[in-house]
Design a protein around this ligand. Structure first.
Ligand code: 6GU
Length: 230
């Protein structure tokens, strides 16, 4: 699977994909991440990538030409399954989005900045607008890193059994149950007896109960989905 990420701040995306699971996925040829600097496609002599907004008002808008040139070039090289714009006014990212995108071949991601991109880019190229939560970031780069990480780990072959997606929070609309490791008692803090009992039927039941209770208390919205109320 291939990602093309379009940004005016490529430095922000150097780190996150060069460690751990995303690094291994790339080394094994399961994942390709190509970062493109929009400024390299700027058409004016100052290499500007922003401009004043029509109608006046505070805040610059990302210029239309460099983005169009770059998107057209990439589109002439391959077909994109999705062209995603990272923006705080997009649809909230959920596990179901990542599940479905993890089976695609080519995804292009445009990172927003300032007041955003010229609306005509959104109208004519963007197939999906995504936000990662109800707060504002300085730009779409960190959000794009979150998106690529959440999709990348689901690409067939990227995870091993231990990190299996099947036990993830959200995969079945439930949060994960608490986990413990050695020692059985530390500073007088005890591991629940049931986990040391060796009764794996009971342990599974306990984990399920804990997951449900944790979801009910912490995420009533998810709990409603789980019980079928929403
Ligand atoms: Cl995708 N971009 C920005 N700038 N802020 C955000 C976001 C995206 N998602 C949540 N906040």
């Amino acid at each position: 699977m291939r990602f093309d990420i379009l940004t005016i701040l490529p430095e922000l995306l150097n780190g996150p994909f060069n460690v751990s699971m995303m690094k291994r996925a790339q080394e094994r040829g399961l994942l390709e991440i190509h970062i493109h600097n929009i400024r390299d496609y700027s058409t004016d002599k100052h290499k500007n990538v922003d401009d004043y907004q029509y109608g006046g008002g505070a805040g610059m808008v990302m210029a239309i030409e460099p983005i169009v040139i770059l998107i057209e070039k990439l589109k002439s090289e391959r077909n994109y399954d999705e062209i995603i714009y990272m923006t705080p006014d997009g649809e909230l990212l959920e596990q179901r989005h990542s599940n479905s995108w993890s089976l695609k071949e080519n995804i292009l991601i445009l990172c927003g900045h300032y007041k955003g991109v010229d609306e005509r880019i959104r109208e004519h190229y963007i197939t999906k607008e995504i936000s990662i939560g109800s707060y504002v970031l300085t730009g779409g780069e960190l959000a794009a890193a979150v998106l690529v990480d959440s999709i990348g780990r689901l690409i067939p072959g990227v995870m091993n059994d231990e990190t299996s997606a099947l036990t993830d929070s959200f995969q079945d609309d439930l949060l994960s149950p608490p986990v413990y490791t050695r020692p059985p008692e530390f500073n007088g803090w005890k591991v629940p007896d049931i986990l040391l009992s060796g009764d794996f039927g009971k342990i599974e039941q306990w984990r399920e109960q804990q997951a449900i209770e944790r979801t009910r208390i912490r995420r009533p919205d998810l709990y409603k989905k789980f019980t079928g109320e929403a």
